[in-house]
Design a protein around this ligand. Sequence first.
Ligand code: ADP
Ligand code: MG
Length: 372
Amino acid sequence: MMHQTIRSGSPTLSDDRDAHLRLDGLTKRYGDSVAVAALDLAVPKGELVALLGPSGCGKTTTLRMVAGLIKPTDGRIVVASQDITQVPTYRRDMGLVFQSYALFPHMTVAKNVAFGLEMRSLPKPEIERRVKEALAMVRLEALAERKPRELSGGQQQRVALARALVIRPSILLLDEPLSNLDAKLRDEMRNEIRDIQQSLGITAVFVTHDQVEALSMCDKVVVMRGGKLEQMGTPVEVYEHPATPFVASFVGRTNRLEGIAQGDGRVAIGSMAVQVPGRPGGKVEIMIRPHRMKLVDVGSGEDAASEGVNRLAGSLTRVTFVGDLLQYHVDVDGTEIVVEAASDHGRGFRKVGAPVAVLWRVEDTMVFGRGA
Ligand SMILES: Nc1ncnc2c1ncn2[C@@H]1O[C@H](COP(=O)(O)OP(=O)(O)O)[C@@H](O)[C@H]1O
Ligand SMILES: [Mg+2]
């Protein structure tokens, strides 16, 4: 199959009438430059959707337009079938969490969380009850009287989350909320945010440049590039069936080779040839995930191409030990291929410079046309 023909994204208005949040041609221009270009998106009620893409691709601008903090140049924002494009921020009923916690430093945790409710002039007992409830949700009841500076980064971000949720928003918007946390805490907070989002059944949009975060937490992933939607799908769809080479290389690691398709399912790569799924023609790029490849010693019993298995010969240039993985760097005719294998107690080191072969299954080969 040609991967470029698979388009699981581009939601149309007809097939998502029950979307809770819908963006319809949403556009933001700054002078001549386009930050967000006619973005169409439908988020079903209760789903957590990631906006994933490199820095500058328009994620924050999109989120801030949804929140009402930036005025769109064009397009519409629809929530529960109501056009809210012109509705001011404070009436949009959205909870926001940013990368910087943006807490009031002079107020206690409880006061920070109560702020939104006090702005809405709720009765005092109601405020107390809801603040307690929100702090329980993020496991901070015991720290209610502390000031933000007396909290760790993770705790501060949990206060920010409680503050966003306490108003019982219809949509939760999170902009890189975990980027300031260290790796271990980030893992914990991922699960915590996901659990809370699911237990509340709240519709949420999560902005991140981190593919692991997007894949592991979210129901759908929207891959953005240059202000445009590149692909939308479930985490498995965007990882296993990337619509474009950009998605393939941004969502997960890939090896990339250029070749000329022979029209019979074979692709010539320099003096070598490999088999690919389908019958592409012309110039193609093929991509293979490093963990789907296997490194073998030339001349060993395992070193044989067989039906459904591709083989490229090269030489080993580097072995990197990264704890759970070994990464073998192989020079194949001037192109670097990386093969990953479980490190198995550090065993598996090989001599750099040795002739090796790389094997992988034909079905694990992703193929993309390179245009005319
Ligand atoms: N106030 C602004 N004026 C001009 N350009 C802006 C402004 N805000 C953002 N941009 C540009 O819009 C693009 C998208 O920015 P942003 O949405 O912040 O990206 P991301 O959040 O994906 O990193 C970038 O090229 C950025 O430089
Ligand atoms: Mg941003």
